[in-house]
Design a protein around this ligand. Sequence first.
Ligand SMILES: [Mn+2]
Length: 411
Amino acid sequence: MAIRREFKIGQILIILSTVFLNAKKMSEFKQVIKKRGLEFDNLIDKLDNFKITTPSWAYSEGGTRFYVFKDKFAAKNLFERIKFAGQVNKYTGITPDLSIHIPWDLVDDFYKAKEMADNIGINITTVNPNLFQDDDYKLGSISNSNKDIRDKAVNHILDCVEIGKIFKAPYLSLWFADGSNFPGQTDFIKRKYWILDCLNKVYYKMENYMTMLIEYKFYEPAFYHTDIPDWGTALLFCQKLGNRANVLVDLGHHAQGTNIEFIVANLIDEKRLGGFHLNSRKYGDDDLTTGSLNPYELFLIFNELNKINIKGFRKISFMLDQSHNLKPKIEAMIQSILSSQRIFAKVLTIDRNKLEDAQEKGDIIKAEECLKDAFFTDVKPLLYHFREIKNLPIEPLKAYETSDFKKKLTL
Ligand SMILES: [Mn+2]
């Protein structure tokens, strides 16, 4: 009995000291942001607008270009992927949207999938056509010199538009693996006009609530030239198509050293930033978890978003694009979502007036310190409070790890 009583007293002391410590940290946090001319409630509102779409393929077995690793706990079809997405949203509260890939997510009855998603509180908001896993596309899909193959690619994208209509999905997200491997293999400019012609055919079939997102990637799978390698080329296509075509920035699709925040700032200014594929990378691919290698770079990218008003901000699609090849899928997703949210929260604590003043006066030291101060701010009190008022677990990853869903899944 005595041992049990001591145990209880010990537990109560731990809880009390945690409550006291959290209250102290909150009070310190509020003081810091007050000094920076910011309002706590305003930060909570901004945080509430930050939602991330999760990709169905990241709930499935993943791997490298050489091999797909078997994972008996990964989701096998769209229905299971919707369930997984529901779990991530249940614990993080900021991922109600799901992006699907056709044909990987093909099912006999999409209406049934919609009903299930609706019941779980998941919206399918983005449809991605697959134009890179067919022998016909060896020399290109919408840039192929063979008109029949271009038509086939367009028809596949149009099928995706029809699937998007079932879900009232606002985004048709396009990435083309098109390019060439050898000098002299093809005519760059002819391909440009073929691409434009194909995209136009799709553009005019989209519902007016749909936006076409055009993603660029500077190399791979082609090694000599890529048809849409950079933001400039993607932007040119968008400008020729119309204002419902916008550029998608995948963080891993740039040459090493590229200043991505500069690209983002320019796309925002041109009102052509359609969305992000969040991820991180060490070398050439884009499949490391967001913020895992260079969180400061992500901070600087998110910093540019601070200048957009809420209405404009809501139009931008934030999506993860990662293949969790070795990690358990749901945990990897929660980890990445929390990492992105944490960096976003840090950006909200920047003293913008001080920064602008320092920039105008040419005070480089002070300007950089404004960013560094925000980056090193402990935003846990803000995130904890946000989760508390949203009835979410304070530590979502820990909560999922001890959940019944995980226990049943890994039985
Ligand atoms: Mn991507």
